[in-house]
Design a protein around this ligand. Structure first.
Ligand SMILES: [Mg+2]
Ligand SMILES: [Zn+2]
Length: 214
């Protein structure tokens, strides 16, 4: 990624102070969907509109190969707004899963919040409901998770959970980085770089310096 273009300082793949539960027993990555894994056309209702962002499949494959369980947690207020049906969300997620499986990537779970912001639910990120439900159903300590996303709500979710956050500069990521400097523990170009940071972060060789950003 071109530094001048991104407006974000390089070298942000170094820790910003937090070193949470680095040697966690289980390995779980909570991934945002829109702007992180796939393109966000706004209230996606058609499975044919599933388009992977550059680096997404490769990054997920790398994480899976490294033994991480991959869980999608996504706000889909289009449901509550009456713009997308639950059936359409299910169809989109079925396509997402199928295409990833074809690429050798298995998603351990896909969780979404269907509510509008004004409904005050406990699952719309940055609320922790989706993450705690995933942890209960899939059986992992929430403290072992790492959150990856492109919006402040993803980073604030990580804060609320007390876990590491990684901001990808895909989707709304650049705007988020500029509007919320320091909110993310790491800022990376895409899911490939995120996979590099995550595998390093959870590696046994914790004395080694963080991998350089591309
Ligand atoms: Mg997003
Ligand atoms: Zn909700």
């Amino acid at each position: 990624m071109d530094e001048a273009e991104s407006g974000v300082t390089k070298g942000k793949c170094t820790p910003q102070g937090k070193d949470v539960n680095r040697q966690a027993a289980s390995r779980v990555v909570l991934l945002d969907r829109d702007g992180t894994i796939i393109e966000d056309p706004g209230y996606l209702a058609d499975p044919d509109g599933v388009r992977f962002l550059p680096g997404a499949v490769a990054g997920l494959r790398r994480l899976g190969a490294a033994g991480f369980r991959l869980v999608v947690v996504t706000n889909q207020s289009g449901v509550g707004r009456g713009l997308v049906t639950e059936e359409q969300v299910a169809a989109v997620h079925a396509r997402l899963r199928a295409e990833l499986e074809q690429s050798g990537v298995h998603l351990a779970g896909v969780y979404y919040c269907p509510h509008r912001p004004d409904e005050g639910c406990g699952c719309r990120k940055p609320a922790t409901g989706l993450a705690t439900r995933a942890a209960a159903e899939l059986g992992f300590p929430i403290a072992d998770a790492i959150v990856v996303g492109d919006k402040a709500s993803d980073l604030q979710l990580a804060r609320a959970l007390g876990v590491l956050s990684i901001l990808v500069l895909t989707g709304e990521g650049r705007a988020t980085a500029e509007a919320h400097p320091g909110l993310a523990d790491y800022v990376v170009a895409d899911l490939v770089e995120a996979a590099g940071v995550i595998t390093w972060f959870r590696s046994e060789r914790s004395e080694e310096p963080a991998p350089p950003c591309t």
